[in-house]
Design a protein around this ligand. Structure first.
Ligand SMILES: Nc1ncnc2c1ncn2[C@@H]1O[C@H](COP(=O)(O)OP(=O)(O)OP(=O)(O)O)[C@@H](O)[C@H]1O
Length: 717
């Protein structure tokens, strides 16, 4: 395919006509900062509303190219020249990259001006400028907070907490004052006992009462602010970690895909536990802990030796709590593993309900379910017993310490070392000093839960990703369609047998190749390697003469229309599924693809038309209709390469024949790889490949290979 054809293709590519000014501006900024980037690399996987970059998402997208940036509200004269180039947001959702000033004339790069520099007078620019500027600078390797929402995988926890450090600092400051105020009540009572009552000094009483009421009101305000800070930190943490987790999951390489989807869902659910721990008010008991020393000092000042009672009680309670943690952790780990098992089993059963029923496997599933939940509830009971035991023991120690203070306090009073008021104050203060203990034992349980969750969140964060943003593959918007397998071996994860072995295959642009072979021979695996879902274990796979790993996966897939064997539509309307991942295409193109793929045939007869809800995984459609939809999606963007894995296996003969006739014209300029068991479909191809046990048995012109097969010259084991 020559460059003329590729430019025709590019002009037909709806993506290239899709207007996204912010993305254009960001690409310009990236190249000005010598950070090569492509559209796909900057935006794939970002939550784009109407598939356009928004100002809020700019820092996230920029971080992928190694730029650290922020959107700020600034007047033109407030933009320092040292911060240039910067992106100015203009009216009507346009933008311009400001390069510098020459007197009162701005030097700009506009996406409309096709790369050329434009000079605009300040007063003209002011009219058009919205006041929002995106500043970006190359990011240093050691930058921790890179301005993007997504923290780094290996230090996600620290990075996330760091983003809320000011909120936590405010909460700690509030706690400091709250703890100092807490000293006011015992001192108030002590003064009332020792000074007010003996002297009947009611005036002093009122002064003290007003003082303490003021302190309590202030305390109320501070406690409110402290909870607000912690809640805000929690919300922030939740948003960051949840978004990161989803990004890591969607971006993971297929090789690391979990064997059981349900357990993953459960792990994400468990993450809630960790969030609660990080943000709960119980965490304030940790903040309160250092203030215990201050309270103990005040007890020592007022009651002398009485301080030894809380001093001994404190580590005693902590020790017992710690002793109970070990069995608690073990039980928690088992509980979580079983909860994941339960979730997996539920999802599997719901997904395969037809199979469960038709195989009469209900009792089997019921038995497994009851076994799991039986053990789970036993374990949950054990967790509850252990944590309430720890809590109750702590409470008992607290109460006994109070009694001990009273007993020894009375002796101190008799000896004349302590006043009545002093005893009451010491009693109240020791209660206050030991108060965090009760919360602490609850906190320890939550901590153990969080620790177990942390391990699974950690694993998810470390999931090997399909795309590595540190490696910047060259951008190739349009592929010609040449493909080459050089000695490719491939084995699925955790499998003994190779799915593909020593594959050597060269495909010229525009060639139409059919692949046939027995079930399990490796036909689909070949297509999956081509679409970049898996990478070869040995050998290399080249597309347009370039190793497939050097091509950005989303650009690769943008150039390939892939119809998998196992079609899973997403719940939503028919139209949603047709334009999934390409919402920018206009209705005319959607209709064109729908007509080509045979979707229109059934959509036009349905009362809801393209608004028809397809149901979860497309279950409201028939197998053949699902194939029509997948084929329409594959054809939608007019890709130069088509990979069709048994695209008509669920269709009837008439449907298949009609489709074949329409496809004939569409595939003329495309490279086509067609995996099929249907002999009739082979009229679409000129070259035929026979695969058996992961190896190519025959490869040549269709007629010759068919002939050889007929004569038994190719023997399939
Ligand atoms: N996701 C997977 N995980 C593990 N092994 C797999 C997976 N998919 C396929 N395999 C194995 O790889 C081998 C090749 O499978 P592949 O799906 O490529 O065969 P196929 O020729 O397309 O078969 P069919 O005509 O039945 O679709 C088979 O032995 C199969 O068991």
């Amino acid at each position: 395919m020559d460059s003329e054809l590729s430019s025709v293709l590019l002009s037909q590519d709806p993506r290239s006509q899709h207007d996204d000014p912010l993305l254009d501006g960001l690409l310009t900024l990236c190249s000005l900062h010598h950070k090569p980037a492509s559209r796909a690399m900057l935006t794939t996987g970002l939550p784009l509303p109407s598939q356009r970059l928004t100002a809020d998402l700019l820092p996230r997208a920029a971080a992928r190219a190694g730029l650290q940036g922020r959107v700020l509200q600034r007047k033109l004269e407030q933009i320092p020249s040292i911060a240039l180039p910067a992106m100015l947001m203009l009216k009507d959702a346009r933008c311009a990259v400001l390069l510098g000033w020459e007197g009162d004339t701005a030097r700009l790069l506009l996406s409309e001006s096709d790369g050329g520099e434009v000079r605009v007078a300040r007063e003209v620019l002011v009219q058009d400028f919205t006041g929002r500027v995106f500043f970006a600078q190359p990011q240093h390797k050691f930058d921790v907070t890179n301005g993007s929402l997504i923290p780094r995988a290996h230090s996600w926890f620290r990075d996330t907490l760091k983003r809320s450090r000011w909120l936590y600092a405010d909460a700690i400051a509030a706690s400091l004052v709250i703890n100092i105020i807490a000293l006011a009540a015992p001192l108030f009572v002590m003064n009332v006992y020792d000074r007010v009552v003996p002297n009947q000094a009611t005036a002093t009483l009122w002064v003290l009462a007003v003082g303490i009421c003021g302190a309590y009101l202030f305390d109320l305000l501070l406690k409110g602010l402290r909870s607000l800070c912690l809640d805000l930190a929690g919300k922030k943490t939740d948003l960051i970690i949840s978004a990161t987790l989803f990004e890591r999951i969607v971006g993971m390489s297929m090789k690391s895909r979990p064997a059981r989807v349900g357990s993953y869902a459960q792990n994400i659910h468990e993450f809630q536990g960790m969030r609660d721990f990080l943000t709960s008010l119980t965490l304030t008991s940790l903040i309160d802990l250092p203030f215990t020393i201050l309270i103990l000092l005040v007890i020592a000042l007022l009651g002398g030796h009485l301080v030894w009672i809380p001093v001994v009680a404190f580590p005693l309670a902590l020790g017992i709590g710690y002793f109970l943690q070990k069995p608690l952790t073990k039980t928690l780990e088992r509980t979580m593993a079983l909860a994941a098992e339960r979730q997996s089993s539920l999802i599997e059963t719901l997904g395969g309900l037809d199979g469960v029923k038709t195989n009469n496997a209900e009792s089997e599933r019921q038995y497994q379910w009851e076994q799991t939940i039986g053990t789970l509830s036993r374990l949950e009971l054990r967790v509850k017993t252990l944590s309430s035991l720890s809590m109750n023991i702590t409470l008992l120690i607290q109460q006994l310490a109070g009694v001990a203070i009273i007993i020894f306090g009375v002796y101190q009073i008799i000896e004349g070392n302590l006043s009545m008021g002093g005893l009451v104050a010491c009693y109240m203060l020791s209660g206050r000093a030991l108060a965090p203990l009760a919360q602490l034992s609850g906190l320890l349980t939550r901590y153990q839960q969080a620790k177990v969750t942390m391990v699974s969140v950690d694993q998810m964060m470390e999931l090997p990703q399909e795309r590595n943003f540190d490696e910047r593959p060259l951008s190739r918007q349009v592929l010609q369609g040449a493909m080459e397998f050089r000695n490719v071996d491939f084995t699925y994860p955790n499998q003994q047998n190779q799915a593909l072995h020593g594959i050597n295959l060269s495909v010229r642009p525009g060639e139409k190749i059919g692949i046939i072979g027995r079930s399990g021979s490796g036909k689909s695996s070949l297509a999956k390697l081509l679409v970049g879902l898996y990478q070869p274990d040995a050998g290399s796979l080249l597309v347009d003469g370039v190793d497939i790993r050097q091509i950005d996966v989303s650009e690769l897939r943008h150039n390939m229309g892939y119809v998998p064997q196992d079609i899973q539509l997403l719940s939503g309307t028919l139209r949603d599924n047709l334009v999934s991942g390409a919402r920018y295409v206009d209705d005319e193109m959607v209709l064109q693809a729908a007509e080509l793929a045979g979707v229109h045939e059934f959509a036009r007869l349905h009362p809801q038309g393209y608004e028809l809800q397809v149901g979860e995984r497309g279950q409201n459609l028939s197998g053949g209709q699902r194939q029509n939809v997948a084929l329409a999606r594959a054809l939608l963007l007019n890709p130069p390469i088509l990979l069709l894995d048994e695209p008509t296996s669920a269709m009837d003969n008439t449907g298949e024949e009609r489709l074949k006739a329409r496809l004939q014209a569409v595939i003329e300029n495309k490279t086509v790889i067609l995996v099929t068991h249907r002999a009739s479909l082979l009229s679409l191809v000129d070259r035929l490949l026979v695969i058996d046990r992961g190896q190519i048995l025959a490869d040549g012109p269709k007629a010759a290979v068919m002939e050889a097969l007929k004569k038994g010259q190719i023997s399939v084991a």
